[in-house]
Design a protein. Structure first.
Length: 397
């Protein structure tokens, strides 16, 4: 007969934790809290049933314990102290070009595009050719300008001749005045035609072909024109946009509860997702409106970009720093309990009395909560065991 097989080895505690998933750990934490609460309730109930005076009395929003009450072993007290305001969590953002440093380019006259010399991302200088358009309207404009020049020349000769006849007393003065008035009208028409031509910011190549040129130096950040495309003057969307990327805007979305106390001019650090670039910026504007769907507040940050490391349309993270002169009360996260829409902490009122106190929460970071109001500096508060006190109050009331 073969010997009995050895019994399977029991799993060790370390092995169980190695195999535990975050879900298992979360369940274990909840279970531990439940066991602690049951132990608290059992301890409280056993002492309430024991002979002698009670060790705990609940009244309204307060709990009173005797000096030797066993519940004190689950409660820790601390003194509220001011500290620098907590910074908001890094906010996701996107790089955009500055509208004030951007020029939109279209065609001044309708026609058909023949050639496009630039691509998205190209750098151009003011006056560089961008694309050419063959247009009948351009031929008409050139004809109008040439006719205006010729009319001025003709009116000039007629006015000179009329003045000579007047001086020879061969014609009345009114003829010279009329000729000079017509000359002035022709000169006005010529100047209008020249101004119209100059305002187009184009370069002529032939009677019906012109080039649209760059109105400023910068980078082509938007391109919506191709060869053989029919284009119209005054279109709704520009054909090309050119922006100076030496300075860019970063638009970030900050959680609503983190947006208080931020003021324009505050320093900001922009972190790129690619290239590990860290760039200093300045908070330019904090929106007064909360996005109705995402519950976020839009921030506009201006940052220098001489090296072009911040590329438009790329995603970044924005790290904000609150005003260093602003001080807040900071407490452990477990010191704050909630009931409905209210947030509270328990404070010591002397002679073993603990009272719950409504507070206004601020930012939360790394296990700490910032209190905007409610708890004054120097006040003793419950830093550990607040949830057990809240449960006891709920049971008593």
């Amino acid at each position: 007969m073969s010997p009995d097989p050895s019994p399977p080895a029991l799993p060790t505690l370390a092995g169980l934790f190695q195999k535990a998933t975050p879900k298992h750990i979360a369940f274990a934490a909840v279970g531990a809290a439940a066991i602690l609460a049951l132990a608290w309730l059992a301890l409280t109930r056993s002492h309430q049933l024991s002979p002698g005076p009670p060790t705990m009395v609940a009244q309204g929003d307060s709990l009173s314990f005797t000096e030797n009450a066993p519940q004190w072993k689950y409660v820790e007290l601390a003194v509220a102290q001011e500290a620098p305001a907590l910074p908001p969590l890094p906010a996701p953002g996107r790089v955009e070009f500055d509208e004030k440093r951007t020029a939109s380019v279209g065609t001044p006259l309708q026609g058909r595009v023949e050639r496009v010399l630039v691509r998205l991302g190209d750098s151009v200088k003011e006056g560089d050719r961008l694309f050419s358009v063959r247009s009948g309207a351009w031929a008409d404009l050139e004809k109008e300008l040439a006719s205006a020049r010729e009319a001025v020349q003709v009116k000039q000769r007629l006015a000179t001749r009329a003045r000579e006849l007047v001086e020879l007393k061969a014609a009345p003065e009114k003829d010279a005045l009329a000729a000079e008035a017509e000359l002035r009208e022709s000169e006005l028409a010529l100047r209008a035609a020249q101004a119209k031509r100059a305002s187009l910011r184009i370069s002529s190549e032939s009677d019906n072909l012109f080039w649209v040129v760059a109105p400023r130096s910068g980078t082509v950040v938007d391109l919506d024109v191709v060869a053989s495309q029919e284009v119209q003057a005054g279109g709704e969307k520009p054909l090309i946009r050119i922006s100076d990327l030496g300075e860019v805007l970063v638009v970030a979305d900050l959680q609503e509860q983190d947006a208080y106390d931020l003021q324009a001019g505050a320093p900001v650090t922009v972190h790129t997702h690619a290239g590990n670039v860290h760039r200093a910026g300045v908070l330019e504007r904090v929106s007064d409106v909360v996005d109705v769907k995402r519950r976020t507040v839009e921030l506009r940050i201006r940052a220098a970009n001489e090296d072009r490391a911040l590329r438009p349309n790329s995603f970044v993270d924005v790290e904000l720093q609150p005003d260093p002169t602003v001080k807040r009360i900071r407490v452990p996260a477990e010191a704050v309990v909630t009931e409905g829409q209210r947030s509270m902490v328990f404070v010591a009122r002397g002679s073993g009395k603990l009272e719950r106190l409504p507070v206004t929460l601020g930012r939360q970071r790394d296990g700490e909560v910032e209190l905007r109001s409610g708890l004054e500096p120097g006040t003793r508060f419950v830093s550990k065991g607040a949830i057990l006190l809240l449960n006891q109050l709920d049971l008593a009331n």
